[in-house]
Write a protein of this length. Structure first.
Length: 486
């Protein structure tokens, strides 16, 4: 009787969990699985550490006594995992560097735990346990990531057909095929809307088509969308908007269809109530940043004099703000040749100074822009403000470019924390990279609100931590060049 009840409850629980996971989006499901697995690893690591330290199975009383302290440590470690990007989208490119991120997170987590042990009142002295805990957590997180990868790779994938044409269609199909473990569907074919009604029956004979991803903005969509939806209903296929799927996967909008996406989101925008809150945050940030700038000014001035660089410590340059209005941005000087007013002399080569390399490596050169934030010309978070000449050229090259100035430019932003640049570069180097950055910026504008700003804030803190740690580790070998801009 008891066994029957147990099996019944287990089956019910399993079906409930499967139903909940199935109803969640790809990203939400991935985050939940990663978070649950890490919590289990942190709890198991403490038990294993106690067992290894005492060479005996720990009693419940011993485990609970240590758990009260290590629960705080676990929360700190989960936050550090987040900052180091261990909860980023698990693409193939991510998994190739997950162990490097994990090692960095373990080092910072162990250091943070040592500080906590000094600050928190406790009779425990868990030095050896902390060392063992770090090893077990590292091994457990690595194994759990590998196990989740195997689990998602082996599960049955829904067969999907993409109906559409163009760059966005090709990019989506390529991404899904390159990361088969991450998505619950596989792309079995890409067909044009005109050929879809003829191709779909043949494809369904090879296996049931469970997802039909349709490019609804295609010129032929008006004539073909109705028959396609009828076919999907009759054959049990799930119709999905290609535009929504593209944005969900890439965190940016396809530039070919940016107008309808932006219009739809802007009409439902919560910016009216969010703007005053964001402005208040900007003012607080600006005041704190300016206090730091005041402390840095004499140090930067002295460092430049010791280096033999004459002139002021400021770099003042024209930038484009909201509504394409120009303004003068203020940064710490990092270049060798500037005029007395802190502006560029000419287009001749102008390498950074040694002090400038340090300021750039730690992103300290950006702090004086708090003046522009306080004046309302910039925000802390928003699309990066381009130089006047660069903006003029890109407006001519990219028709949608002025749309990125619907909001205040920012010191950090969605594109700065998501886009990858070539080694040693911190900004777009050509029109293609600028177009990709524009796609990220328009995604930010379309979803403008507290959630995307929160994501940018977390990713910015993580990037700054990476820069500081890299700088401290490699300072003896020369100042490193940052890989990403914030």
């Amino acid at each position: 009787m008891m066994l029957g009840c147990f099996l019944y409850c287990r089956a019910k629980t399993r079906r409930f969990c499967v139903r909940v996971l199935s109803s969640m989006g790809i990203r939400a499901r991935e985050l939940l699985l990663l978070l649950v697995s890490d919590v289990v690893v942190l709890g198991a690591a403490l038990w294993l550490s106690l067992a290894a330290r005492h060479l005996a199975l720990p009693s419940g009383e011993m485990y609970l006594a240590h758990a009260q302290l290590f629960a705080v440590v676990a929360l700190v470690w989960l936050s550090i995992f987040w900052l180091f990007g261990l909860y980023d989208k698990h693409t193939t490119a991510f998994l190739q560097e997950v162990f490097r991120r994990l090692v960095g997170a373990l080092v910072v987590g162990a250091a943070a735990a040592v500080v906590l042990f000094f600050l928190l009142p406790t009779d425990l002295a868990p030095k050896t346990i902390l060392a063992l805990y770090t090893l077990f957590v590292g091994a457990g997180v690595a194994v759990s990531r590998f196990a989740l990868l195997r689990l998602t790779t082996r599960r049955k994938k829904a067969r999907a057909v993409v109906v559409g044409e163009g760059q966005a269609v090709e990019a989506l199909a390529e991404e899904v095929r390159a990361n088969p473990f991450r998505y619950p569907f596989m792309v079995v074919a890409v067909v044009s809307p005109k050929e879809a009604r003829r191709e779909l029956p043949a494809l369904s004979h090879e296996g049931a088509i469970e997802w039909l991803i349709v490019q609804t903005d295609h010129p032929s969509a008006a004539q073909e969308i109705g028959p396609l939806l009828v076919w999907a209903t009759e054959h049990g296929a799930r119709p999905v908007s290609l535009l929504a799927m593209y944005e969900h996967i890439f965190d940016r909008v396809p530039l070919t269809t940016a107008y309808p996406i932006l219009l739809d989101h802007l009409l439902r925008s919560s910016a009216r109530w969010y703007e005053p809150i964001k402005r208040a945050f900007d003012i607080v940030f600006a005041l704190v940043a300016l206090a730091v700038v005041v402390l840095l000014i004499p140090l930067v001035w002295l460092a430049y004099r010791l280096e033999g660089v004459q002139g002021g410590v400021w770099y003042i340059h024209g930038r484009v703000g909201k509504g394409m209005r120009p303004f003068r941005a203020v940064k710490f000087r990092t270049l060798t040749r500037l005029d007395p007013e802190g502006q560029l002399l000419d287009e001749a080569p102008n390498p950074p100074t040694r002090v400038g390399k340090v300021l750039r490596a730690l992103s300290l050169d950006e702090l004086p822009q708090a003046i522009n934030v306080l004046k309302g010309e910039m925000s802390f978070i928003g699309p990066r403000a381009d130089a006047l000449g660069v903006a003029k050229r890109l407006v001519a090259e990219l028709p949608l470019y002025p749309l990125r100035y619907l909001v205040q430019p920012g010191i950090t932003g969605w594109a700065q924390t998501h886009q990858r640049y070539p080694e040693g570069k911190i900004s777009p180097q050509n029109v293609e990279e600028s177009a990709e950055r524009l796609a990220y910026d328009l995604h930010y504008i379309a979803h403008y609100g507290w959630w995307v700003d929160g994501v940018v804030l977390f990713r910015t803190v993580r990037t700054l931590l990476e820069r500081v740690i890299t700088f401290l580790l490699l300072v003896g070998k020369g100042v490193p060049r940052p890989k990403k801009n914030v």
